[in-house]
Design a protein around this ligand. Structure first.
Ligand code: FAD
Length: 270
């Protein structure tokens, strides 16, 4: 089979910015909040890939609704003389077009526009949602899948596990603070999941994920590897897979979703 065809990008899709309303707030664990969004603007929303992302536009403190741009021939244009909203990337954890609901799962890590917004969100609050602008299609016929991440990667991992077909094999490592942060996934796949506990260490300071991957006896066959979490620890995992294990680079996607000490960390991702 054509190597590239098993993992490929679709997009970019036209930019669409939506104003959505909080419909439900559910605490999944002490440090993970699920916010269910809805509203007329959700019509036409699409998200095909488990690691898709949307850009959230947050209301400024004291504002009911965020300042949203218009999208025209010149691209995205914000109203003049108004401060642009803070933005952050999040994963569409579940989208149900029939119910008209979009779930986003937020790590509550302390200070930060995204974390604080989710911690205080209540039914009727508004948020802007732009994207997804593209999607990565990953074929379901790999011999096995390696998935790894901390809380920020957990929504995409959970979504992939729920979307993998019966018979697919996934080896999964997820780093969380402790057992109270573990989640259950509704999956048809054959999943070997190991929760790694920080046991009091600060997020982004451990090498638990890297050591778990290094300690794995890689099963034979073609594998797709996906990991997301703190930038520095992800770099080590990417280097290990690509340089030491000589993994097929078309089948490896490893992302720094946040960086310790950095506000609104941005690094290239699709
Ligand atoms: C494609 C993509 C998809 C993502 N999907 C999700 C998702 O579904 N759910 C999710 O929770 N995050 C997700 N993230 C990560 C999220 O965008 C970042 O964690 C973002 O920094 C959170 O914004 P904030 O305003 O809360 O914190 P910021 O204002 O950006 O940062 C404030 C401080 O908090 C620290 N910090 C930021 N994130 C974390 C964290 N997760 N744990 C501990 N400390 C942190 C920073 O180092 C900084 O010191 C995703 C990122 C990308 C690129």
């Amino acid at each position: 089979m054509n190597v590239a065809a098993r993992v490929f990008r679709r997009g970019p899709f036209p930019i669409k910015v939506r104003l959505l309303e909080v419909r439900r707030v559910s605490r999944l664990s002490p440090h993970m909040m699920r916010i269910t969004l809805g509203g007329e603007d959700l019509v036409g929303f699409q998200s095909e890939g488990a690691d898709d992302h949307v850009k959230l536009l947050f209301p400024a403190p004291g504002q009911l609704k965020p300042v949203l741009p218009t999208v025209g021939p010149q691209g995205v244009v914000f109203p003049e003389g108004v401060k642009k909203p803070a933005t952050r990337d999040y994963t569409p954890r579940r989208f149900d077009p029939v119910a008209g609901e979009l779930d986003l799962d937020f790590v509550l890590h302390g200070t930060g526009v995204g974390s604080s917004w989710a911690a205080n969100a209540k039914v009727g609050d508004f948020i802007g949602v732009a994207g997804p602008r593209g999607t990565f299609v990953v074929s379901n016929d790999f011999d096995w899948y390696l998935l790894a991440g901390d809380g920020s990667g957990l929504p995409a991992i959970g979504r992939r596990l729920e979307e993998l077909p019966e018979g697919a094999r996934a080896i999964v490592f997820i780093e969380v603070a402790d057992a109270s942060e573990e989640q259950r996934f509704d999956t048809r796949a054959n999943v070997e999941l190991t929760w790694l506990h920080r046991n009091g260490a600060e997020p982004g300071t451990t090498d638990l994920l890297e050591l778990a991957i290094r300690g794995l006896t890689f099963p034979p066959g073609d594998y797709f590897a996906w990991a997301a979490g703190e930038s520095t620890s992800m770099r080590r995992i990417r280097d290990y897979l690509l340089e030491e294990r000589q993994a097929n680079k078309n089948w490896v996607r490893v992302f720094g979703y946040w960086k310790r000490g950095a506000v609104d960390h941005e690094e290239p991702h699709d």
